[in-house]
Design a binder for this molecule. Structure first.
Ligand code: SF4
Ligand code: SF4
Length: 675
């Protein structure tokens, strides 16, 4: 048995040393397993969700976002801090292994400073990791205790974890320093620990021996204590983050689960519920999301609802759901027993307030900002489904909207036989003829068919397509609402009805290619209708106009003067990744374009999405005003957008702020037509 191993364990009788370590390991592993099993057992019994498709894409996403820490880097200072701790831990895993190996097998002289020279490069990297992680932890403590950013949650548990990491880093270096002081014959001059050897040697062999023992036991105890804390704290995310990124939704435009009402119609069980009215109704992936929140607050920083004073903090929503999930007790017969511990707590109303759910615009900014790919929109909509379809509780404005959608296929109650009135005879828009189909079906949408401003945008789209010689026609009065507002409002049953009807119309008429100027229609037709059998090629008018301009089939009459600022529609940009097409169209139709800080992936919602355009905004300030203020920072003469609902919201905000005549809001098609 070599000397340094003896010294490392001198606090414990030599023969007992491995057994003491085994006892500590078994105790920690038992505590960890008991804590983790409760969580994993719930996931195991939760509703299914297929997240194992497209493995290559998932691996690439994991490498980029989890191992590359891409999203953390969007906030450089805290991003680097987190990345350094994460990468440092990956490097230090080998070192932790060494500590346990030398403890369990004292006869092996595996201590690195005394080992083969090829170990030295690892020691340099390891030393670098120790220094970097220590600096990052000190910075993290500085942020939590001194600068205290508002979005960051200060918790004793968080501080404890940081102190434990410091103990692991410091004890790592002191263990080697004491060893080198005790064993001058061992080569270790090139390591970080060697810097401390003169000081330790000065204090004598006895001191070095105790320091060696102390740093050893402090190191392994801190690691094992850390392990027991993981399943009992928010730091469980350390284990779930990488899997959560791997299992994330690869298509943000398609995140909502379809409910099979036909199956349920045949179900004799009268107690059948729809949507999520109890936490155990979430899918396993939704539960995994809840365990993965790091409480970094990035989602809160970008949420337009929170910014305008609505009672919605995405971070708080996740934490409340997670705490509620954790508060449930396992039951022998059921995955989750919510009958005893939480009998008086109703998920809908107590844990999550109705106003919180109705405040969400489903803009996706939180999902885009979240460094561990937590999904919000599916949970918000599932909970809204629970409110609407199980609890029969929803805002008054939806009563009329649901009725109108059901009977007139538009949310405002305009007669369905007047849907195509906007396409006055002088526009010359042909109606789809199955015997003589055009290349594209132009899907107009409810806004473009009925809203006074929206109809002007539809006319502009028609004129640009006609000018470019595009073969297109409309469904006329056979067109119906896609069901987007019903689905986002939580009325999945109504959406199901509308989607089936449209899908049947497309099939019956032989429609294959659709162009639409409404990003909400685009998203629903493209990403959600395939589940209803409608496999269509759907493009946004910005994409078609971009192509027509590039092919020389279209040119702008004249460029719009003044400064034009771009506003991204959430459902075109974040949900469908279309950012460049509107900008390329604008490049042809505007003299001078500018961007604000909150654009593209970081764009802020106008407040219309998630069926919010149907609701009054009685709490806080208006999201459209908030967005307009951001856009006004560019001092624009015109705001350009590619969504009729954004035009509606921003024009209202312009009027409310008394800026008519000073700032215009236009759809990109209107730029091409400018005379
Ligand atoms: S989707 Fe948008 S409005 Fe809803 S919580 Fe996320 S950021 Fe807030
Ligand atoms: S949901 Fe994501 S962005 Fe929001 S606090 Fe949790 S980890 Fe951070």
């Amino acid at each position: 048995m070599n000397q340094h191993i003896n010294r490392a364990f001198e606090w414990v009788p030599a023969d007992l040393q491995p057994w003491v370590l085994i006892f500590l390991i078994v105790t920690a592993m038992t505590a960890f397993t008991l804590g983790a099993w409760q969580k994993l057992n719930r996931l195991r019994k939760a509703a299914p969700d297929n997240r194992f498709d497209q493995p290559i894409k998932r691996i690439v996403t994991t490498l980029r976002i989890a191992f590359g820490q891409k999203k953390f880097m969007q906030e450089p200072k805290s991003g680097w801090m987190h990345a350094v701790i994460f990468w440092g831990f990956l490097i230090l895993l080998i070192r932790a292994g060494e500590f346990f190996v030398v403890g369990l097998f004292p006869q092996i002289d595996s201590h690195f400073p005394g080992s083969a020279p090829f170990i030295l490069p690892y020691l340099w990297v390891k030393d670098g990791a120790v220094v970097a992680v220590t600096a990052a932890v000190l910075y993290a403590l500085y942020r939590r205790l001194v600068t205290k950013p508002a979005h960051l949650t200060l918790s004793g548990e968080g501080l404890l974890i940081l102190y434990l990491i410091l103990v692991i880093m410091v004890s790592d270096v002191l263990f080697d320093a004491a060893f080198l002081a005790l064993r001058p014959d061992v080569e270790g001059a090139a390591t970080l620990a060697a810097l401390f050897v003169p000081v330790v040697s000065q204090l004598g062999t006895n001191f070095a021996g105790h320091l060696h023992s102390l740093s050893y036991w402090a190191h392994v105890s801190a690691i094992l204590f850390f392990l027991t804390l993981l399943p009992r704290s928010k730091h469980f995310h350390i284990l779930t983050s990488i899997p959560n990124v791997f299992l994330s939704n690869l298509n943000p435009g398609s995140s909502l689960h379809r409910i099979n009402f036909e199956d349920n119609d045949n179900d004799d069980n009268d107690d059948k519920t729809f949507g999520v009215a109890e936490i155990k109704s979430f899918t396993w992936k939704q539960m995994l999301d809840l365990h993965t929140c790091t409480q970094c607050g990035r989602c809160d920083q970008v949420c337009p609802a929170l910014a305008t004073g609505k009672p919605l903090s995405p971070q708080e929503l996740t934490v409340n759901l997670r705490d509620h999930l954790n508060s449930l007790r396992d039951d022998a017969e059921d995955a989750v027993d919510d009958s005893a511990a939480v009998a008086d707590v109703d998920l809908l109303g107590d844990v999550v307030h109705d106003e919180t759910l109705w405040a969400c615009t489903t803009c996706g900014a939180c999902e885009s900002a979240c460094p561990v790919m937590i999904e919000y929109i599916d949970k918000v909509i599932d909970l809204r489904r629970g409110l609407v379809m199980t609890k029969d509780r929803y805002p008054q404005e939806f009563v009329a909207a649901f009725k109108s959608l059901e009977t007139q296929s538009n949310p405002w109650g305009f007669p369905k036989h007047s849907r195509s009135d906007w396409a006055a005879a002088d526009l010359g828009v042909p109606v789809w003829d199955k015997a003589n189909p055009t290349e594209y079906l132009y899907f107009v949408g409810c806004n473009g068919s009925f809203d006074a401003r929206g109809k002007k945008i539809s006319a502009a789209v028609v004129k640009t397509l006609q000018r470019a010689g595009v073969s297109f026609s409309i469904l006329g009065n056979d067109e119906g609402c896609t069901g987007d507002p019903a689905r986002r409002a939580g009325n999945e049953y109504l959406f199901d009805m509308l989607a089936r009807k449209n899908a049947a119309t497309f099939q019956q008429k032989g429609v294959q290619k659709i162009v639409t100027h409404c990003p909400h229609c685009l998203n629903t037709l493209k990403n959600e209708y395939p589940e209803f059998g409608a496999q269509l090629e759907v493009i946004h008018h910005s994409e078609l106009l971009e192509k027509l301009l590039a092919d020389g089939k279209l040119s702008a009459d004249k460029k719009i003067g003044g400064t034009v600022v771009t506003h991204d529609s959430c459902y075109l940009g974040r949900h469908n990744g279309v950012y460049d097409a509107p900008r390329n169209v604008l490049a042809a139709g505007a003299d001078k374009t500018r961007e604000v800080k909150q654009s593209r992936e970081n764009g802020t919602c106008c407040g219309a999405g998630g069926a919010r355009f149907l609701l009054e905004e009685n709490i806080g300030t208006r999201m459209s005003h908030h967005r307009l203020d951001e856009l006004l920072a560019a001092n624009p003469d015109t705001i350009a957008t590619s969504c009729p609902y954004c035009v509606l919201m921003l024009e209202d905000a312009v009027k409310a702020k008394g800026l008519q005549g000073k700032v215009q809001v236009k759809d990109i098609a209107e730029f091409v037509l400018e005379k």
